[in-house]
Design a protein around this ligand. Sequence first.
Ligand code: HEC
Ligand code: HEC
Length: 327
Amino acid sequence: MKTLLKILLGIVGVLAILAIGGVIYLNSAYPDVGEAPDITVERTPDRIARGEYLAMHVSMCIDCHSERDYARYAAPVKSGTHGQGGELFGEQMGLPGNFYASNLTPANLGEWTDGELYRAITSGVGRDGRPLFPIMPYTHYGKMTREDIYSIIAYLRTLEPIEHDVPASEAAFPMSLIMRTIPREPEHAEAIPSTDDLVAYGGYMINAAGCAECHTPMEKGEFIEGMKYAGGMEFPLPGGTVRAMNITLDTETGIGGWTEEMFVQRFRSYADSVYAEPQLGPRDFNTIMPWRMYAGMTDEDLRAIYAYLKSEVKPVKNAVVRYTPAK
Ligand code: HEC
Ligand code: HEC
């Protein structure tokens, strides 16, 4: 009996040493991303304009990194909060921890070098070397061109500084360890595909726009095979639960019945000059999809995204109930 106990204790001891070793290894060897590069991003008017377009209407930096008004349809950004951060992406959404979108205005990023910003946006490593939670789709941003990222950096430098303290993010165990292995070096597109090849160009834009992040169901942080853009992801809102729709071109359960014109128009109907978000009652249908911001995309970019969905994405049958009000 005694020897058995000894053996068991021995095994427990070895396992404990392996576990501690593993933790030390993960903490010292990861994130496996090099130093922030030594770069200076020149703030040309062209870059600032392109960066504003991407940050406001395509890659949604300003959507996540501002305060949204959930009392109005599609939760527009509250005026005067552009880039100030503070939105919580947390356990209330079923995430493994509480992650607060950072303050992106110069009041917080003023001391960051361009290289540190570049590394955070494209590899998911913070200034102090901490891994960022991939709710911010940095692996997508790492596939954009280097020049597009430089444009976003140039634009962020022009934001109105807002003093706004944001709580520190905290990942729950074991995500706090797993997360360290996610950041990686960017794999930039060499160039933005020409619009002559609308499908390839649309592929670039749909990646930059992060549509898959909401429209493709995930399991343990990985997109589910065969479900690309098939919808169903749930998002709890104060008044109910909204689900991302199936945006494959399946005719029954997706947008297979939509023409290109209808697709573009669905976005266009929220454009600034023609649209004002209605004030909502507490359980009225609301959505997390930032329609108003995407409405700022050019017709050409929206047409390209439609062309990509139509020719590159397999139609999937998956009926989704758009909204269920809270009890
Ligand atoms: C889906 C929401 C979302 C989108 C879209 C998003 N972010 Fe973030 N971002 C976050 C969250 C949440 C964090 C904090 C992550 C953490 O602490 O682990 C973050 C962190 C950051 C950081 C790190 C700051 C720091 O203090 O460490 C930078 C820089 C940043 N984002 C810039 C951007 C830029 C630029 C874009 C657009 C290209 C963008 N983000 C798009 C949610 C988002
Ligand atoms: C933050 C999450 C989120 C992102 C990012 C997002 N969507 Fe959505 N989308 C939703 C949700 C939730 C719905 C369902 C509620 C609604 O109709 O607004 C939806 C609805 C839609 C619909 C309506 C489909 C129908 O049957 O009525 C289309 C089309 C669409 N999204 C396309 C896109 C495209 C294209 C992108 C990228 C440019 C995108 N979405 C990015 C969450 C998102």
